[in-house]
Design a binder for this molecule. Structure first.
Ligand code: DMJ
Length: 573
Protein backbone atom coordinates (compact mmCIF):
# COMPACT_ATOMS: atom_id res chain seq x y z
CA UNK A 1 0.00 0.00 0.00
CA UNK A 2 1.36 3.39 -1.00
CA UNK A 3 0.24 4.98 2.25
CA UNK A 4 2.00 2.57 4.54
CA UNK A 5 5.18 3.30 2.64
CA UNK A 6 4.81 7.07 3.01
CA UNK A 7 3.53 7.59 6.50
CA UNK A 8 6.34 6.14 8.57
CA UNK A 9 8.89 8.12 6.55
CA UNK A 10 7.07 11.42 7.01
CA UNK A 11 6.16 10.79 10.61
CA UNK A 12 9.76 10.34 11.68
CA UNK A 13 10.33 14.04 11.11
CA UNK A 14 7.23 15.30 12.91
CA UNK A 15 7.52 16.64 16.41
CA UNK A 16 4.92 14.44 18.01
CA UNK A 17 5.11 16.22 21.34
CA UNK A 18 4.07 19.56 19.87
CA UNK A 19 0.42 20.51 19.60
CA UNK A 20 1.13 23.24 17.08
CA UNK A 21 1.58 22.58 13.39
CA UNK A 22 5.02 22.76 11.82
CA UNK A 23 5.37 24.22 8.38
CA UNK A 24 6.37 21.63 5.76
CA UNK A 25 9.60 23.62 5.45
CA UNK A 26 10.51 22.19 8.78
CA UNK A 27 9.77 18.58 8.18
CA UNK A 28 12.89 17.77 6.29
CA UNK A 29 11.54 17.21 2.79
CA UNK A 30 14.95 17.24 1.15
CA UNK A 31 16.40 14.95 3.74
CA UNK A 32 13.56 12.48 3.34
CA UNK A 33 13.77 12.52 -0.41
CA UNK A 34 17.53 12.14 -0.59
CA UNK A 35 17.36 9.37 1.99
CA UNK A 36 15.41 7.22 -0.38
CA UNK A 37 17.48 4.68 -2.19
CA UNK A 38 15.09 2.72 -4.42
CA UNK A 39 12.42 5.31 -5.34
CA UNK A 40 11.35 5.88 -8.94
CA UNK A 41 10.02 9.21 -10.26
CA UNK A 42 6.39 8.39 -9.44
CA UNK A 43 7.17 7.39 -5.91
CA UNK A 44 9.12 10.60 -5.46
CA UNK A 45 6.15 12.55 -6.76
CA UNK A 46 3.79 10.77 -4.38
CA UNK A 47 6.12 11.54 -1.53
CA UNK A 48 6.32 15.19 -2.53
CA UNK A 49 2.56 15.44 -2.84
CA UNK A 50 2.08 13.88 0.53
CA UNK A 51 4.57 16.19 2.17
CA UNK A 52 3.20 19.22 0.35
CA UNK A 53 -0.11 18.82 2.10
CA UNK A 54 1.76 19.83 5.20
CA UNK A 55 2.50 18.55 8.60
CA UNK A 56 -1.08 19.03 9.72
CA UNK A 57 -2.44 16.68 7.11
CA UNK A 58 0.39 14.24 7.74
CA UNK A 59 -0.50 14.15 11.39
CA UNK A 60 -4.16 13.51 10.63
CA UNK A 61 -3.10 10.72 8.35
CA UNK A 62 -0.89 9.17 11.01
CA UNK A 63 -3.89 9.05 13.28
CA UNK A 64 -5.92 7.76 10.36
CA UNK A 65 -3.60 4.81 9.91
CA UNK A 66 -3.95 3.84 13.54
CA UNK A 67 -7.74 4.15 13.36
CA UNK A 68 -7.86 2.27 10.10
CA UNK A 69 -6.47 -0.77 11.81
CA UNK A 70 -8.83 -0.42 14.77
CA UNK A 71 -12.05 0.48 12.99
CA UNK A 72 -12.18 -0.22 9.26
CA UNK A 73 -15.88 0.70 9.27
CA UNK A 74 -14.97 4.41 9.39
CA UNK A 75 -12.85 4.41 6.28
CA UNK A 76 -13.95 6.66 3.40
CA UNK A 77 -16.66 4.52 1.77
CA UNK A 78 -17.21 5.96 -1.71
CA UNK A 79 -15.91 4.40 -4.93
CA UNK A 80 -12.92 5.96 -6.60
CA UNK A 81 -13.13 4.94 -10.26
CA UNK A 82 -10.91 6.37 -13.02
CA UNK A 83 -12.68 8.16 -15.91
CA UNK A 84 -12.37 6.91 -19.43
CA UNK A 85 -10.78 9.30 -21.95
CA UNK A 86 -14.05 8.95 -23.92
CA UNK A 87 -16.27 9.80 -20.97
CA UNK A 88 -19.65 10.79 -22.40
CA UNK A 89 -20.87 13.94 -20.70
CA UNK A 90 -24.18 13.87 -22.59
CA UNK A 91 -25.26 10.84 -20.58
CA UNK A 92 -24.69 12.70 -17.28
CA UNK A 93 -27.86 13.14 -15.32
CA UNK A 94 -27.54 15.21 -12.11
CA UNK A 95 -28.51 12.91 -9.23
CA UNK A 96 -30.11 15.64 -7.09
CA UNK A 97 -29.41 17.01 -3.62
CA UNK A 98 -29.63 15.68 -0.08
CA UNK A 99 -26.74 13.29 -0.53
CA UNK A 100 -23.55 13.16 1.55
CA UNK A 101 -25.47 14.72 4.45
CA UNK A 102 -22.85 13.43 6.88
CA UNK A 103 -20.71 16.38 5.68
CA UNK A 104 -23.40 18.99 6.46
CA UNK A 105 -22.03 20.27 9.77
CA UNK A 106 -18.39 20.41 8.76
CA UNK A 107 -17.38 17.22 10.57
CA UNK A 108 -14.84 14.68 9.33
CA UNK A 109 -17.14 11.70 8.98
CA UNK A 110 -14.49 9.32 7.64
CA UNK A 111 -10.90 8.30 8.04
CA UNK A 112 -8.89 9.28 4.99
CA UNK A 113 -5.82 7.10 4.70
CA UNK A 114 -2.82 7.81 2.49
CA UNK A 115 -3.85 4.89 0.29
CA UNK A 116 -7.25 6.50 -0.29
CA UNK A 117 -5.53 9.79 -1.11
CA UNK A 118 -3.26 7.98 -3.57
CA UNK A 119 -6.28 6.34 -5.25
CA UNK A 120 -8.08 9.66 -5.40
CA UNK A 121 -4.95 11.19 -6.97
CA UNK A 122 -4.95 8.51 -9.67
CA UNK A 123 -8.61 9.13 -10.46
CA UNK A 124 -7.98 12.89 -10.46
CA UNK A 125 -5.28 12.54 -13.11
CA UNK A 126 -7.89 10.98 -15.43
CA UNK A 127 -10.33 13.85 -14.74
CA UNK A 128 -7.70 16.55 -15.15
CA UNK A 129 -7.48 15.63 -18.84
CA UNK A 130 -11.17 16.34 -19.31
CA UNK A 131 -10.82 19.78 -17.72
CA UNK A 132 -7.87 20.50 -19.99
CA UNK A 133 -10.02 19.48 -22.96
CA UNK A 134 -12.63 21.98 -21.75
CA UNK A 135 -9.98 24.70 -21.67
CA UNK A 136 -8.86 23.73 -25.19
CA UNK A 137 -12.46 24.00 -26.37
CA UNK A 138 -13.11 27.39 -24.71
CA UNK A 139 -9.75 28.78 -25.82
CA UNK A 140 -10.26 27.42 -29.33
CA UNK A 141 -13.57 29.28 -29.68
CA UNK A 142 -12.08 32.45 -28.26
CA UNK A 143 -9.11 32.18 -30.61
CA UNK A 144 -11.21 31.59 -33.69
CA UNK A 145 -13.94 34.17 -33.11
CA UNK A 146 -12.61 36.73 -30.65
CA UNK A 147 -8.81 36.65 -30.46
CA UNK A 148 -7.61 39.93 -28.93
CA UNK A 149 -11.12 41.01 -27.92
CA UNK A 150 -12.47 41.01 -24.39
CA UNK A 151 -14.83 38.04 -24.64
CA UNK A 152 -16.13 35.52 -27.12
CA UNK A 153 -19.90 35.31 -27.67
CA UNK A 154 -20.35 31.54 -27.27
CA UNK A 155 -23.66 31.31 -29.14
CA UNK A 156 -23.38 34.02 -31.79
CA UNK A 157 -19.78 33.09 -32.60
CA UNK A 158 -18.74 36.66 -32.35
CA UNK A 159 -16.98 38.92 -29.83
CA UNK A 160 -17.64 41.57 -27.20
CA UNK A 161 -15.46 44.41 -25.94
CA UNK A 162 -17.19 45.41 -22.72
CA UNK A 163 -14.00 45.86 -20.68
CA UNK A 164 -12.31 48.47 -22.86
CA UNK A 165 -11.21 46.17 -25.68
CA UNK A 166 -7.93 45.04 -24.10
CA UNK A 167 -8.07 41.32 -24.79
CA UNK A 168 -9.43 40.61 -21.31
CA UNK A 169 -10.09 36.89 -21.82
CA UNK A 170 -6.65 36.42 -23.38
CA UNK A 171 -4.80 38.19 -20.57
CA UNK A 172 -6.99 36.60 -17.86
CA UNK A 173 -6.25 33.12 -19.31
CA UNK A 174 -2.45 33.29 -19.54
CA UNK A 175 -1.53 31.55 -16.31
CA UNK A 176 -4.28 28.94 -16.80
CA UNK A 177 -2.63 28.05 -20.11
CA UNK A 178 0.71 27.88 -18.32
CA UNK A 179 -0.50 25.72 -15.44
CA UNK A 180 -2.30 23.33 -17.80
CA UNK A 181 0.89 23.02 -19.81
CA UNK A 182 -0.70 24.51 -22.93
CA UNK A 183 2.57 26.21 -23.75
CA UNK A 184 2.03 26.59 -27.48
CA UNK A 185 -1.15 28.55 -26.81
CA UNK A 186 0.59 30.47 -24.02
CA UNK A 187 3.42 31.70 -26.28
CA UNK A 188 1.01 32.54 -29.06
CA UNK A 189 -0.94 34.66 -26.56
CA UNK A 190 2.33 36.21 -25.37
CA UNK A 191 3.04 37.29 -28.95
CA UNK A 192 -0.33 39.03 -29.09
CA UNK A 193 0.39 40.78 -25.77
CA UNK A 194 3.81 41.88 -27.08
CA UNK A 195 2.57 43.08 -30.46
CA UNK A 196 -0.95 44.36 -29.79
CA UNK A 197 -1.79 44.95 -26.13
CA UNK A 198 -2.05 48.69 -25.54
CA UNK A 199 -3.07 50.25 -22.26
CA UNK A 200 -2.91 53.78 -23.64
CA UNK A 201 -6.51 53.80 -24.81
CA UNK A 202 -9.08 56.62 -24.56
CA UNK A 203 -11.38 54.52 -22.39
CA UNK A 204 -12.63 54.87 -18.85
CA UNK A 205 -12.36 51.43 -17.26
CA UNK A 206 -13.26 49.86 -13.93
CA UNK A 207 -10.25 50.17 -11.61
CA UNK A 208 -11.17 46.99 -9.73
CA UNK A 209 -12.01 44.73 -12.68
CA UNK A 210 -9.03 45.86 -14.75
CA UNK A 211 -6.69 45.40 -11.81
CA UNK A 212 -7.84 41.92 -10.77
CA UNK A 213 -8.27 40.55 -14.30
CA UNK A 214 -5.69 42.28 -16.51
CA UNK A 215 -2.98 43.52 -14.15
CA UNK A 216 -3.31 40.34 -12.07
CA UNK A 217 -3.15 38.22 -15.23
CA UNK A 218 -0.04 39.95 -16.56
CA UNK A 219 1.76 39.77 -13.22
CA UNK A 220 1.08 36.06 -12.79
CA UNK A 221 2.14 35.38 -16.39
CA UNK A 222 5.37 37.24 -15.66
CA UNK A 223 5.96 35.41 -12.40
CA UNK A 224 5.46 31.95 -13.89
CA UNK A 225 7.18 32.45 -17.24
CA UNK A 226 9.76 35.14 -16.44
CA UNK A 227 9.02 36.72 -19.83
CA UNK A 228 9.89 40.42 -19.81
CA UNK A 229 6.97 41.29 -22.13
CA UNK A 230 4.59 40.75 -19.25
CA UNK A 231 6.66 42.88 -16.91
CA UNK A 232 6.66 45.80 -19.37
CA UNK A 233 2.94 45.56 -20.06
CA UNK A 234 2.06 45.17 -16.38
CA UNK A 235 4.08 48.24 -15.48
CA UNK A 236 2.48 50.33 -18.23
CA UNK A 237 -1.04 49.25 -17.24
CA UNK A 238 -0.26 49.60 -13.53
CA UNK A 239 1.00 53.19 -13.99
CA UNK A 240 -2.21 54.16 -15.80
CA UNK A 241 -4.56 52.44 -13.37
CA UNK A 242 -2.68 53.98 -10.48
CA UNK A 243 -4.19 57.38 -11.30
CA UNK A 244 -7.23 56.03 -9.47
CA UNK A 245 -5.31 56.86 -6.29
CA UNK A 246 -4.67 60.51 -7.32
CA UNK A 247 -7.64 62.24 -5.68
CA UNK A 248 -8.63 60.48 -2.50
CA UNK A 249 -7.24 58.09 0.04
CA UNK A 250 -9.55 55.44 -1.44
CA UNK A 251 -9.11 54.78 -5.15
CA UNK A 252 -11.67 56.01 -7.66
CA UNK A 253 -13.89 53.30 -9.06
CA UNK A 254 -12.97 54.12 -12.64
CA UNK A 255 -10.13 55.79 -14.48
CA UNK A 256 -9.40 56.93 -18.03
CA UNK A 257 -6.35 55.01 -19.18
CA UNK A 258 -5.23 57.71 -21.62
CA UNK A 259 -5.79 60.93 -19.67
CA UNK A 260 -5.47 59.48 -16.18
CA UNK A 261 -8.68 61.22 -15.20
CA UNK A 262 -10.19 59.41 -12.25
CA UNK A 263 -13.92 59.52 -11.67
CA UNK A 264 -14.80 60.15 -8.02
CA UNK A 265 -18.48 59.84 -7.21
CA UNK A 266 -18.03 60.57 -3.50
CA UNK A 267 -18.40 57.02 -2.31
CA UNK A 268 -17.09 53.57 -3.12
CA UNK A 269 -17.43 50.06 -1.78
CA UNK A 270 -15.06 48.06 0.38
CA UNK A 271 -14.55 45.32 -2.22
CA UNK A 272 -13.46 47.71 -4.97
CA UNK A 273 -11.28 49.84 -2.68
CA UNK A 274 -9.84 46.91 -0.76
CA UNK A 275 -9.07 44.44 -3.55
CA UNK A 276 -6.18 46.07 -5.38
CA UNK A 277 -3.41 45.61 -2.85
CA UNK A 278 -2.20 42.08 -3.67
CA UNK A 279 -1.63 43.23 -7.25
CA UNK A 280 -0.02 46.63 -6.56
CA UNK A 281 2.21 45.23 -3.82
CA UNK A 282 3.46 42.58 -6.23
CA UNK A 283 4.01 45.25 -8.88
CA UNK A 284 6.03 47.23 -6.32
CA UNK A 285 8.01 44.11 -5.45
CA UNK A 286 9.03 43.30 -9.01
CA UNK A 287 9.63 46.89 -10.17
CA UNK A 288 11.11 48.26 -6.97
CA UNK A 289 8.67 51.19 -7.15
CA UNK A 290 7.49 51.62 -3.58
CA UNK A 291 4.66 54.01 -4.45
CA UNK A 292 2.49 51.12 -5.67
CA UNK A 293 2.78 49.42 -2.31
CA UNK A 294 2.51 52.49 -0.13
CA UNK A 295 -0.50 54.16 -1.70
CA UNK A 296 -2.48 50.97 -2.12
CA UNK A 297 -1.75 49.96 1.46
CA UNK A 298 -2.80 53.43 2.64
CA UNK A 299 -6.27 52.76 1.21
CA UNK A 300 -6.51 49.45 3.06
CA UNK A 301 -5.32 51.15 6.24
CA UNK A 302 -7.97 53.86 5.86
CA UNK A 303 -10.63 51.16 5.65
CA UNK A 304 -9.17 49.39 8.67
CA UNK A 305 -9.40 52.58 10.71
CA UNK A 306 -13.16 52.65 10.27
CA UNK A 307 -12.85 49.80 12.76
CA UNK A 308 -16.37 48.44 13.34
CA UNK A 309 -16.62 46.80 16.79
CA UNK A 310 -17.60 43.41 15.42
CA UNK A 311 -15.14 43.42 12.50
CA UNK A 312 -18.04 43.55 10.03
CA UNK A 313 -17.87 46.48 7.62
CA UNK A 314 -20.95 48.04 5.99
CA UNK A 315 -20.02 47.90 2.33
CA UNK A 316 -20.54 51.52 1.23
CA UNK A 317 -17.93 54.08 2.34
CA UNK A 318 -17.13 57.72 1.57
CA UNK A 319 -14.20 58.25 -0.81
CA UNK A 320 -12.25 59.95 1.94
CA UNK A 321 -12.86 56.88 4.15
CA UNK A 322 -14.30 59.12 6.84
CA UNK A 323 -17.62 57.29 7.25
CA UNK A 324 -19.81 54.42 6.20
CA UNK A 325 -22.55 55.38 3.76
CA UNK A 326 -24.91 52.50 4.54
CA UNK A 327 -25.37 49.79 7.16
CA UNK A 328 -25.48 46.69 4.98
CA UNK A 329 -22.97 43.97 5.83
CA UNK A 330 -22.41 41.35 3.14
CA UNK A 331 -19.85 38.72 2.18
CA UNK A 332 -21.36 38.78 -1.31
CA UNK A 333 -21.17 41.46 -4.00
CA UNK A 334 -19.39 44.65 -2.92
CA UNK A 335 -18.09 43.18 0.33
CA UNK A 336 -16.53 39.78 -0.44
CA UNK A 337 -12.95 40.27 -1.59
CA UNK A 338 -12.11 43.00 0.94
CA UNK A 339 -12.29 40.28 3.61
CA UNK A 340 -10.41 37.88 1.33
CA UNK A 341 -7.55 40.38 1.01
CA UNK A 342 -7.16 40.74 4.80
CA UNK A 343 -5.96 37.14 4.80
CA UNK A 344 -4.21 37.25 1.43
CA UNK A 345 -2.12 40.35 2.29
CA UNK A 346 -0.91 38.67 5.45
CA UNK A 347 0.01 35.53 3.49
CA UNK A 348 1.62 37.51 0.66
CA UNK A 349 3.92 39.35 3.05
CA UNK A 350 5.18 36.13 4.61
CA UNK A 351 2.77 36.19 7.59
CA UNK A 352 4.56 39.13 9.21
CA UNK A 353 2.05 41.97 8.89
CA UNK A 354 -0.06 41.01 11.88
CA UNK A 355 -2.32 43.98 11.32
CA UNK A 356 -3.92 42.16 8.37
CA UNK A 357 -4.23 38.82 10.12
CA UNK A 358 -5.82 40.57 13.12
CA UNK A 359 -8.38 42.19 10.83
CA UNK A 360 -9.20 38.79 9.34
CA UNK A 361 -9.55 37.08 12.73
CA UNK A 362 -11.70 39.87 14.13
CA UNK A 363 -14.00 39.71 11.10
CA UNK A 364 -14.24 35.92 11.33
CA UNK A 365 -15.25 36.27 14.99
CA UNK A 366 -17.93 38.69 13.80
CA UNK A 367 -19.13 36.17 11.22
CA UNK A 368 -19.47 33.48 13.87
CA UNK A 369 -21.11 35.79 16.41
CA UNK A 370 -23.58 37.50 14.13
CA UNK A 371 -23.94 36.12 10.62
CA UNK A 372 -23.61 32.35 10.70
CA UNK A 373 -27.10 30.83 10.52
CA UNK A 374 -28.79 27.51 9.81
CA UNK A 375 -31.63 26.75 7.42
CA UNK A 376 -34.95 25.05 7.95
CA UNK A 377 -35.55 22.14 8.04
CA UNK A 378 -32.14 20.54 7.36
CA UNK A 379 -29.86 22.92 9.19
CA UNK A 380 -27.59 23.91 6.30
CA UNK A 381 -25.07 26.55 7.38
CA UNK A 382 -24.83 29.92 5.63
CA UNK A 383 -23.57 33.47 6.12
CA UNK A 384 -26.48 35.91 6.22
CA UNK A 385 -26.43 39.60 5.35
CA UNK A 386 -27.47 42.25 7.84
CA UNK A 387 -28.90 45.74 7.52
CA UNK A 388 -28.69 47.79 10.71
CA UNK A 389 -28.29 44.52 12.53
CA UNK A 390 -31.40 42.86 11.15
CA UNK A 391 -30.84 39.57 9.35
CA UNK A 392 -31.43 39.18 5.62
CA UNK A 393 -31.17 35.45 4.71
CA UNK A 394 -29.72 36.18 1.26
CA UNK A 395 -26.63 34.28 0.09
CA UNK A 396 -24.86 35.08 -3.18
CA UNK A 397 -22.94 32.38 -5.03
CA UNK A 398 -20.06 34.82 -4.54
CA UNK A 399 -20.06 34.04 -0.79
CA UNK A 400 -18.96 30.49 -1.59
CA UNK A 401 -15.32 31.67 -1.68
CA UNK A 402 -15.55 31.73 2.12
CA UNK A 403 -15.22 27.95 2.48
CA UNK A 404 -11.76 28.06 0.95
CA UNK A 405 -10.73 31.28 2.67
CA UNK A 406 -11.72 30.03 6.13
CA UNK A 407 -9.89 26.74 5.56
CA UNK A 408 -6.75 28.54 4.41
CA UNK A 409 -6.98 30.85 7.41
CA UNK A 410 -7.32 27.83 9.72
CA UNK A 411 -4.34 25.95 8.27
CA UNK A 412 -2.15 29.05 8.62
CA UNK A 413 -3.55 30.25 11.96
CA UNK A 414 -0.71 31.65 14.13
CA UNK A 415 -2.34 29.90 17.08
CA UNK A 416 -1.92 26.56 15.28
CA UNK A 417 -4.36 24.32 13.47
CA UNK A 418 -5.18 22.58 16.75
CA UNK A 419 -6.37 25.83 18.36
CA UNK A 420 -10.08 26.19 19.02
CA UNK A 421 -10.23 29.18 16.69
CA UNK A 422 -8.70 27.32 13.75
CA UNK A 423 -10.85 24.27 14.38
CA UNK A 424 -13.95 26.48 14.50
CA UNK A 425 -13.02 28.13 11.21
CA UNK A 426 -12.19 24.83 9.52
CA UNK A 427 -15.49 23.30 10.55
CA UNK A 428 -17.37 26.35 9.26
CA UNK A 429 -15.35 26.19 6.03
CA UNK A 430 -16.43 22.61 5.44
CA UNK A 431 -20.06 23.23 6.42
CA UNK A 432 -20.37 26.27 4.12
CA UNK A 433 -18.81 24.31 1.26
CA UNK A 434 -21.37 21.56 1.74
CA UNK A 435 -24.13 24.20 1.51
CA UNK A 436 -22.60 25.59 -1.69
CA UNK A 437 -22.41 22.08 -3.13
CA UNK A 438 -26.11 21.64 -2.31
CA UNK A 439 -26.86 24.85 -4.21
CA UNK A 440 -25.56 23.00 -7.27
CA UNK A 441 -26.86 19.51 -6.52
CA UNK A 442 -30.45 20.56 -5.91
CA UNK A 443 -30.91 22.39 -9.22
CA UNK A 444 -32.24 20.48 -12.24
CA UNK A 445 -29.04 21.15 -14.16
CA UNK A 446 -26.77 20.44 -11.18
CA UNK A 447 -25.61 24.05 -11.42
CA UNK A 448 -26.02 26.73 -8.77
CA UNK A 449 -28.14 29.84 -9.14
CA UNK A 450 -26.56 33.27 -8.72
CA UNK A 451 -28.23 33.74 -5.36
CA UNK A 452 -30.35 31.84 -2.87
CA UNK A 453 -32.60 32.95 -0.02
CA UNK A 454 -32.75 30.73 3.02
CA UNK A 455 -36.53 30.86 3.35
CA UNK A 456 -39.43 28.53 2.62
CA UNK A 457 -39.98 24.92 3.57
CA UNK A 458 -36.92 23.32 1.95
CA UNK A 459 -33.87 25.23 3.20
CA UNK A 460 -33.45 27.70 0.33
CA UNK A 461 -34.82 28.98 -2.96
CA UNK A 462 -32.80 30.15 -5.93
CA UNK A 463 -33.55 33.78 -6.84
CA UNK A 464 -32.45 34.93 -9.34
CA UNK A 465 -31.67 31.63 -11.00
CA UNK A 466 -29.11 32.56 -13.61
CA UNK A 467 -25.54 31.18 -13.69
CA UNK A 468 -22.65 33.03 -15.30
CA UNK A 469 -19.97 30.32 -15.00
CA UNK A 470 -18.83 31.58 -11.61
CA UNK A 471 -15.86 29.97 -9.80
CA UNK A 472 -16.32 30.44 -6.03
CA UNK A 473 -17.57 26.96 -5.14
CA UNK A 474 -14.94 25.09 -7.13
CA UNK A 475 -12.34 27.45 -5.64
CA UNK A 476 -13.34 26.23 -2.16
CA UNK A 477 -13.41 22.61 -3.32
CA UNK A 478 -9.84 22.95 -4.59
CA UNK A 479 -8.57 24.55 -1.38
CA UNK A 480 -10.31 22.07 0.91
CA UNK A 481 -9.10 19.06 -1.06
CA UNK A 482 -5.57 20.48 -1.20
CA UNK A 483 -5.44 21.04 2.54
CA UNK A 484 -7.34 18.03 3.89
CA UNK A 485 -6.86 15.41 1.17
CA UNK A 486 -10.53 14.38 1.54
CA UNK A 487 -11.58 12.99 -1.89
CA UNK A 488 -15.18 14.08 -1.34
CA UNK A 489 -14.34 17.57 -2.64
CA UNK A 490 -13.15 16.05 -5.90
CA UNK A 491 -16.35 14.01 -6.18
CA UNK A 492 -18.49 17.14 -5.79
CA UNK A 493 -16.27 19.05 -8.21
CA UNK A 494 -16.58 16.28 -10.78
CA UNK A 495 -20.39 16.43 -10.54
CA UNK A 496 -20.26 20.20 -11.10
CA UNK A 497 -17.88 19.86 -14.03
CA UNK A 498 -20.06 17.23 -15.69
CA UNK A 499 -23.04 19.57 -15.40
CA UNK A 500 -21.09 22.43 -16.94
CA UNK A 501 -20.09 20.14 -19.79
CA UNK A 502 -23.63 18.94 -20.34
CA UNK A 503 -25.58 22.17 -19.95
CA UNK A 504 -23.19 25.05 -20.75
CA UNK A 505 -21.01 23.71 -23.57
CA UNK A 506 -21.73 25.20 -26.98
CA UNK A 507 -20.33 24.41 -30.40
CA UNK A 508 -17.47 26.85 -29.86
CA UNK A 509 -17.14 27.55 -26.12
CA UNK A 510 -19.30 27.65 -22.94
CA UNK A 511 -22.44 29.69 -22.32
CA UNK A 512 -24.13 31.07 -19.21
CA UNK A 513 -27.60 29.90 -18.14
CA UNK A 514 -30.61 32.13 -17.55
CA UNK A 515 -32.29 29.53 -15.32
CA UNK A 516 -30.47 26.64 -13.67
CA UNK A 517 -33.75 24.75 -13.37
CA UNK A 518 -34.36 24.96 -17.10
CA UNK A 519 -31.94 22.87 -19.15
CA UNK A 520 -31.31 24.61 -22.46
CA UNK A 521 -31.79 28.16 -21.17
CA UNK A 522 -28.41 29.26 -22.49
CA UNK A 523 -27.28 32.89 -22.69
CA UNK A 524 -24.65 34.33 -25.04
CA UNK A 525 -22.06 35.18 -22.38
CA UNK A 526 -18.73 33.66 -21.34
CA UNK A 527 -17.00 35.81 -18.73
CA UNK A 528 -13.21 35.81 -18.75
CA UNK A 529 -13.21 34.39 -15.21
CA UNK A 530 -14.52 31.09 -16.59
CA UNK A 531 -11.05 30.48 -18.06
CA UNK A 532 -9.12 32.42 -15.44
CA UNK A 533 -10.79 30.88 -12.41
CA UNK A 534 -13.47 28.21 -12.91
CA UNK A 535 -11.47 25.98 -15.24
CA UNK A 536 -8.20 26.70 -13.42
CA UNK A 537 -9.60 25.74 -10.02
CA UNK A 538 -11.23 22.62 -11.49
CA UNK A 539 -7.93 21.64 -13.09
CA UNK A 540 -5.99 22.24 -9.88
CA UNK A 541 -8.61 20.24 -7.94
CA UNK A 542 -7.73 17.29 -10.17
CA UNK A 543 -4.00 17.96 -10.39
CA UNK A 544 -2.10 16.25 -7.58
CA UNK A 545 1.16 17.08 -9.35
CA UNK A 546 0.78 20.84 -9.43
CA UNK A 547 3.63 23.19 -8.57
CA UNK A 548 1.16 25.54 -6.96
CA UNK A 549 1.78 25.67 -3.19
CA UNK A 550 -0.88 27.64 -1.33
CA UNK A 551 0.65 27.03 2.09
CA UNK A 552 4.20 28.14 1.50
CA UNK A 553 4.84 29.73 -1.87
CA UNK A 554 1.89 31.28 -3.66
CA UNK A 555 -0.99 33.61 -3.05
CA UNK A 556 -3.95 33.77 -5.41
CA UNK A 557 -5.46 37.16 -6.15
CA UNK A 558 -9.24 37.27 -6.17
CA UNK A 559 -9.27 36.42 -9.89
CA UNK A 560 -7.26 33.21 -9.28
CA UNK A 561 -3.91 34.58 -10.46
CA UNK A 562 -1.19 33.02 -8.32
CA UNK A 563 2.03 34.92 -7.65
CA UNK A 564 4.86 34.17 -5.27
CA UNK A 565 4.75 35.42 -1.70
CA UNK A 566 7.58 37.74 -0.63
CA UNK A 567 8.30 38.06 3.06
CA UNK A 568 8.30 41.75 3.95
CA UNK A 569 11.27 43.11 5.87
CA UNK A 570 9.28 45.20 8.34
CA UNK A 571 6.87 43.65 10.79
CA UNK A 572 3.88 45.91 11.35
CA UNK A 573 2.21 45.93 14.73
C1 DMJ B 1 -14.29 37.46 -10.22
O1 DMJ B 1 -14.04 38.53 -11.04
C2 DMJ B 1 -13.57 37.59 -8.91
O2 DMJ B 1 -13.50 36.34 -8.31
C3 DMJ B 1 -14.23 38.58 -7.98
O3 DMJ B 1 -13.62 38.63 -6.73
C4 DMJ B 1 -15.67 38.20 -7.78
N1 DMJ B 1 -16.36 37.98 -9.01
C5 DMJ B 1 -15.77 37.28 -10.09
C6 DMJ B 1 -16.13 35.83 -10.22
O4 DMJ B 1 -17.37 35.46 -9.83
Amino acid sequence: MVGSRIVPAASTSLDKSSSSVSSPDHIGVDHLLSDRTAGNANEMKEMQNFLRRGAAAAKTEEVAIAEEIEDPANIYPYDLVPESPDHDFRSWSPPGGDRYTEYKDGDDPYVITPSIIAKSDDVARTRREHVKNAMKHAWGGYKKYAFGHDEVAPLNKSYKDGWGGMGTTLVDSLDTLWLMDMKEEFWEARDWVRDHLKSDIPQTVSTFETTIRSLGGLLAAYDWSGDKTFYDKALDLGERLFHAFDNNVLPSRSVNLHTGTAVSPGSTNIAEAGTLQVEFRFLAEVTGQKKFKEKSERAFEALRKLNPDNGLFPYLVSSGATSFRNAVVTFGAMGDSFYEYMLKLWLQGGKKETVYRDMWDKSMNGVHDELLKQSNPHGLWYIAETNRGSINPKFDHLVCFMGGALALGAYTDPKGLDSSRAQRDLKTAKALTYTCYQMYARAKTGISPEMVRFTGSNDFKGTPKYYILRPETVESLFILNYLTGDPIYREWGWEIFQSIEKYCKTEIAYASLTNVDEPGSVEDRMESFFLAETLKYLYLLFDPDTEVDILNKHVFNTEAHPTRIFPVPVVKT
